[in-house]
Design a protein around this ligand. Structure first.
Ligand code: SER
Length: 324
């Protein structure tokens, strides 16, 4: 029987790309989100789409009972910058949403649940390169709830045998709008660079955080979901690709967009979050246990991404409009 996957938060930054890759690997994929079904250009008509508010435990259980997924990719969350505007709602979606999903996985004996954690679980005062097991003292509600999600997943695995697996994503970059992340300056250099020829980044030029191109991020999720449990010595893994300074990203963008003008005006609130995150992640456990390795460095990402953004903006000039 084909393995059935259910994706929560499927309309967000990661979901639609993940659905495409799962389909290509032969899975039967269902999407769910509080947002309406994306249009046919974004989501294949064959993919069922379910309205789901993860904060409502009964709805989560009812949907899981209807779909009976073998694997759940739990992506629904509010990101770090947006989360600081609505911390109580962020707690509800990220924290209660995750426990509701884990409970439904336990009750309905879902085989595996894959969770997206983040560099935002870390806080200030860590060494420049950060391994998996360090004190987790995040400064954002997003980070707090993601730490709790990791710990809950670990608990559900040990206590109930729910096969929980998570990656800590770096800031992810792709040709789609993330919506409310603190790492968004990196993507805006590309999107505003293409559509406007200029961008004023909300961070200092020397800001350095771990970043990753989306195709690598998606492959990490799918590879981890397919790994044999016996190979995994833990539930949550750092994964890394590259860690450029904001200035280095601007230089890379300039190699692909002639005459682009990127300037910097640091916003104290978002800068403080960026400064609290690690500069570099050590991902040796992921490399050793399930063969993780990224394909894209900064230059390869720039080469691939700029033509994609150009093509999308030609089709839909308003696609990358955003608040700063
Ligand atoms: N991209 C995320 C954010 O900025 C980090 O997990 O919130």
């Amino acid at each position: 029987m084909t393995t059935r996957c259910l994706v929560t938060g499927a309309g967000g930054q990661v979901g639609l790309d993940l659905i495409r890759v799962l389909q290509a690997r032969g899975y039967d994929v269902h999407g769910s989100d509080i947002a309406p079904r994306p249009d046919a250009a974004q989501l294949d008509a064959s993919v069922p789409w379910h309205a789901l508010d993860v904060t409502d435990a009964d709805s989560v259980e009812a949907l899981f009972t209807k779909v009976r997924p073998h694997r759940v990719f739990h992506l629904a969350a509010i990101l770090s910058a947006r989360g600081e505007e609505v911390p109580q709602r962020t707690y509800d979606v990220n924290q209660n949403g995750t426990v509701n999903v884990l409970e439904a996985c336990r009750k309905l004996e879902v085989e595996r649940v894959i969770f997206t954690s983040t560099i935002a679980v870390f806080g200030p005062g860590l060494p420049a390169t950060v391994v998996d097991d360090v004190p987790l003292q995040p400064t954002t509600m997003y980070g707090v709830t993601k730490v709790a999600g990791e710990l809950l997943g670990d608990y559900y695995w040990r206590r109930f045998g729910v096969d929980f697996r998570a990656v800590r994503f770096p800031g992810l970059i792709s040709a789609s709008l993330p919506g409310g992340g603190t790492s968004d300056y990196a993507l805006f250099m590309y999107t505003d660079g293409v559509r406007l020829g200029h961008y004023e980044a909300f961070c200092r030029p020397d800001t350095r955080i771990p970043l990753m191109y989306m195709p690598d991020g998606i492959r990490a999720l799918v590879d981890l979901s397919e790994a044999s449990r016996g190979a995994l010595r833990r539930c949550t893994y750092n994964i890394a690709a590259f860690s450029p300074t904001a200035e280095e990203i601007a230089q890379s963008v300039a190699t692909a967009i002639a005459g682009v003008n990127i300037t910097f005006a640091s916003d104290p609130r978002r800068q403080a979050i960026l400064d609290s995150w690690p500069r570099v992640l050590d991902d040796s456990n992921a490399r050793n246990d399930w063969g993780w390795a990224p394909d894209y460095d900064l230059g390869a990402m720039t080469e691939d991404l700029v033509p994609k953004i150009r093509a999308l903006i030609e089709q839909n000039p308003g696609l990358f409009d955003h608040d700063h």
